[in-house]
Design a binder for this molecule. Structure first.
Ligand SMILES: [Zn+2]
Length: 352
């Protein structure tokens, strides 16, 4: 009898622990404007609608640094937590997004590259604009010096030379941010969302946190140097598709065979093998989506382990595998995304 009660209590505690498991959804915006490229824009009307939705539906919009602290220290995060981020520092952030954010008192983070600001490129914010955002409570963070494809080596560059160049780039950017804004949050968003294990190691060495552009909620299962964010733009800016993402949960990935995004020649159909904590999900409901190739059901190798592989080669450039499965106990889908980065057949990178 006592044993049964103790067991019952343990089950309740375990369930509660699971219900309170860490989850935070980080949104990634670029432009908030009617006149900028659609692929990286939401309209001011869409942005206002999205922020109103978060306010009306009891989401907690938290500063990115607070989410990072909780993820690092494995402490609780309020349920329905959202973080708002912008990449690149475009002008429409201060003209269109900031007033809407201020009206809700929502905190936000802007990842910037100093080079285009120093050069005074049209359409970018100035340091003065950026400091105005800081007065509104914004956090400014690191997006590399000149928005380089950091994973790419220059012609004839050795691995060591690449390492030193990229390390200097990230540290010089952080120093410039400190000089211009008084902030050095040690939060780094990979330009183009491109990362490798070697690049993650540089961030880790210097105590930085890294953010990608693969989708999914962040949580206790996420790598602190490759945290997922949901890009919001174009076809992904529609409120009906976004609400599913707002309430998404981090897929409980216990083990995964490949986490390196860069695909090497002849291995353009990566076979991903993933072990999940299946406590709160029905494995047979898990569905995957291979970018450019459509939906694909995974193959379950063991009760808690599945594999997923593209039937055809992934296209050159960036692409993803996404997998989702509904939670048994919570409203929302567990969400997983793996980024792949493939060179062209001649070994060169696509032009951008
Ligand atoms: Zn960017």
């Amino acid at each position: 009898m006592v044993k049964k009660i103790v067991l019952g209590l343990m089950v309740i505690c375990f369930s509660l622990f699971h219900l309170n498991a860490q989850a935070v959804v980080i949104l990634q915006y670029h432009h908030v404007s009617d006149s900028t490229p659609k692929s990286t824009s939401v309209t001011p009307a869409q942005f206002a609608e999205q922020m109103q939705y978060l306010a009306d539906n009891h989401f907690t919009v938290m500063p990115l640094a607070d989410a990072v602290d909780a993820l690092k220290n494995n402490t609780a995060i309020a349920s329905n937590s959202i973080v708002i981020t912008f990449d690149d520092g475009y002008e429409s952030i201060i003209t269109n997004a900031a007033p809407i954010l201020a009206s809700h008192q929502f905190p936000f983070t802007v990842f910037i590259s100093p080079a285009p600001i120093i050069a005074g490129y049209e359409g970018m914010m100035s340091w003065q604009d950026i400091n105005t955002l800081i007065e509104q409570g914004a956090t400014i963070a690191n997006h590399s010096w000149g928005h380089e494809h950091l994973i790419r080596r220059l012609p004839k560059e050795t691995v060591e030379q690449w390492h030193d160049r990229v390390e200097s780039n990230i540290l010089a950017t952080e120093a410039e941010l400190l000089k211009q804004t008084g902030q050095n949050a040690k939060m780094f968003a990979y330009p183009y969302g491109e990362y490798t294990a070697q690049l993650e190691a540089i961030l880790e060495k210097h105590g930085f946190v890294g953010f990608g552009q693969q989708s999914g909620a962040a949580g206790e299962y996420s790598s602190i140097t490759a945290l997922p964010r949901f890009p919001v733009a174009n076809a992904y800016a529609d409120l009906s598709s976004l609400t599913v993402k707002f309430s998404s949960l981090p897929m409980p990935v216990l083990k995964q065979n490949i986490s390196e995004p860069v695909l090497t020649s002849g291995k353009f159909r990566p076979k991903l093998v993933i072990t999940l904590d299946t406590t709160d999900l029905y494995p047979h409901q898990l569905m995957c989506f291979i970018q450019g190739q459509g939906a694909k059901k995974p193959i379950w190798i063991e009760e808690d382990t599945f594999s997923i592989q593209a039937p055809a080669d992934m296209a050159p450039g960036r692409s993803r595998y996404n997998c989702t499965v509904p939670s048994k106990t919570r409203t929302g889908y567990y969400w997983f995304s793996q980024m792949w980065i493939r060179p062209k057949d001649d070994g060169k990178w696509p032009q951008e």
